[in-house]
Design a protein around this ligand. Sequence first.
Ligand code: NAD
Length: 352
Amino acid sequence: MVAPHFVYETFPGRVVFGAGQLAAIAEEIDRLGVRRVLLVADRGAPGADRVQEHLAGRLVLRWEEVAQHVPVELAERVRGAASDSGADCVLSLGGGSATGLAKALALSHNIPVAAIPTTYAGSEMTPVYGLTGGAHKQTGRDPRVRPLLVIYDPELTTGLPAGVTGPSAFNALAHCVAALGAPNANPISSALALEAVRAIRQSLPTALTDPRDLSARGGLQYGTFLAGMVLTSTGTGLHHKICHALGGMLDLVHADTHSIVLPYVVAFNTPALPTESSRLADSLGDPTGEPAKLLWALAQRSGMFTDLAQLGMRPEHQRAVAEQLAGTENPVPVTADAIEKLLDRARTGQLP
Ligand code: NAD
């Protein structure tokens, strides 16, 4: 049964999937009706020379310096270079850092963004941008920064290390799980979330054991693409708030906390979300299983972190984090005591 009233906001855009599709970049850029491309290509990502070759005379500038969280002074420098070059489009090649810099340029110059992502961060599917000045990160939403063209070519991701692949896949899974219980969940976001979970669950173990498997890499791109759309329409939940608190207060590597925390958050919320939980179990490959245990088993099978003690968390840290999270909006009311218990189980890696 479809809910009688809901709003689903979507964006115009063209998304191309497939091994070798990087070669279609010139044709795809021509479809956008632009002629002068500024390429933001992260030096650490593969494929820039080939993109440059395909773009030929359409390329006016290749910019290689990118940095996490888009420092304002870096954005200002690329903006100056863009004005000098007369670019009428910015194309990013790389992960969330390259996409983020391209978005900063779209904001100031009002030019379309195209993206060839080489990680699974998902920024290419969101209208969210971030800029960092000193210790302050300013984020915002603006439809102009969302790429009008995205090319997902799995050949570009075969060299992505397991330490980036696994955590970003679990980050995407966490977005999907949060979407199922979000206050603004709707039939479209839930269908996309469940399909994303299915694709990621099927692809992740192989992508980690056989990184050159293009079908597994393509499956992860498809799953994280869907997760980016889901994130755009529903936002984040308790899981991400816990991971941010752990990252901020205890200086744990934020990305590594996802595979540990997610199963416990799912176990915590399962009693309030019976229908969503059985659909989630189905997407995780076992319709009669418990989704928390299935996620825990997936993290184990994928060789990822499964307890917070491995990351350096100690029992005396738990209360302060728990108190910070009390009152968070969530399907099950969040008290400091409940989060302290959740963190204790996550720290010791007990079966959720
Ligand atoms: P990243 O772009 O910084 O890349 C991580 C590292 O991987 C870099 O050293 C990079 O050179 C390297 N790399 C990239 N592609 C590679 C490949 N195919 N093979 C080998 N190495 C490769 O990191 P990220 O995780 O992709 O993105 C993180 C940034 O994105 C953060 O700043 C985050 O805030 C932002 N982000 C924004 C959104 C949004 O919607 N605005 C969404 C997700 C992430």
